[in-house]
Design a protein around this ligand. Sequence first.
Ligand code: SF4
Length: 557
Amino acid sequence: MNGDTETQALLGDEAVSLAALHAGISAAYGYPGTPSTEIMEYLMAECEKDGRGNDAPRAAWCANEKTALEAGLGASFAGRRSIITMKHVGLNVAADPLINGALLGIKGGLVIAAADDPGMHSSQNEQDSRFYASFAMIPCLEPRSQQEAYDMAREAFDLSERFHAPVMLRLTTRLSHARSAVIPSPPRGRNPLSKMEDKRQWMLLPVFARKNYASLIEKQKEFEAWSASHPANRIDNASSTDGRAVITSGLAGNYYDENLPDLAAQRGLPSRLHIGVYPLPLETIRTFCAGKKQVLVIEEGQPFIEDRLRGILPQGMEILGRRGMNAPVPRTGELDPDNVRSALGLPPRRSVLDVLRTRPGDLPGRPPQLCAGCPHADSYETINRAAAELDNSPGRPLVSVNSDIGCYSLGASPPYSAVESIVCMGASVGMARGAADAGIPYAFAVIGDSTFIHSGVAGLIDAVEADTPMTLVILDNSIVAMTGCQPTAFPSAKLKPLILGTGLDPAHYLELEAKKQLVEENAAKLKKEALHRGLSVVVFRRECLEAARKRLRAAKK
Ligand code: SF4
């Protein structure tokens, strides 16, 4: 294990991983998702170095974020520390154990590292994990540097054990994926395995859950007191007589700082409160804003702080942020020093980006594309060919192709333009079922092997029970490709018994090789299954090229 306390250059994600190891975790669980994936990759590499000794920490990818968090609850029950990692939308999948886990008497520290993706670099929405922490009524820490990511992650484990509650660590893309110097603290040992003394705290039968819920409500006062005195929630320039005040949080605090010299020179420095931990320190905010005419909130993500201010500050005080017709902070997208500068009323500065933006014609567009030779390309050619033969009457929708989340989502883009819907992990299967029930005769769901295990399999069970006339197409490339080729939690060899185990008629289970030379032949077979007036599952199989390259590189070492 990396027990080095020398300064290290770490990604924000890696700083969290190292902190978890130094905090003495016994286990780490997660599901790959940008920008959180590197947390588990680092942990898995470090745990592998430690071997599989009895007390060595375990790190493993799970079928989905829900099973990952449930495994973390089990570790906590046994008195051990664990970290659970996921991207922001993973919290939707893990919401059940998250909200209910908050009612438990957490024993071994349980930390959930959720990485948000403002600007949707690699995501389907911009949801802000602070809302989930608030909804679950648990503490949340939001680092603004790699060093804070390390320090706060370590603190989160102590906090979880002190308050007997799960603790969330909210990261964002720029912090997760940027590298900076981190000075680690000496590692601590792992918690001993311990027996649960009061099992009622872990049984959410109504009779116990009511008490546990009351206890969680009681804990809020402790959380608030902790937040109010935390050094990450700090006021700068408190003596300013300026009628304006600024509240920043997370990385937005850095963008504000970057503009400080110009702000001081051109407009004068207002008082500023930076928020780094939650629940919001409401009394601190009230005192800080007292006597001000205007408060500007600059936060990365959704208007979480801004919305809460509207309930606690006196009417008439102007609250500016992301909401409203003339909001100074953009309502959507990622913040940066330039849009924060504009929100502060400073004139734009000329940057290299501006120069580039003035000559857009010189910049080639680089839309994301499937790798040249990707097996999904052959699968989509096959689907398109079958669909074209099925849908020969333009007046009525006869074919619907619902895709899932993965590299194969790019089948929505030219030259394939095969896909009509992409919603969330696993949704393609249920959507195809609904489309079939609604009367579309040839409904397809297209899903990867890992996403199928993540959350598509439950939709298959529904479709099997109803014998829905639809075709589930599983693109099996034996890897979680989109996030950098992590191993799937469930090997491809076990897919067939799993699918047939749901009760699917084996006559309508088909395995095809995704290959250019076979497109025509495969399209005929796919069309035949689509014409079947019941459920068919067609698995297109071929290894991801990127995974093959990695495998060959590893074999040469
Ligand atoms: S990483 Fe693999 S699955 Fe993704 S586009 Fe490239 S070859 Fe296809």
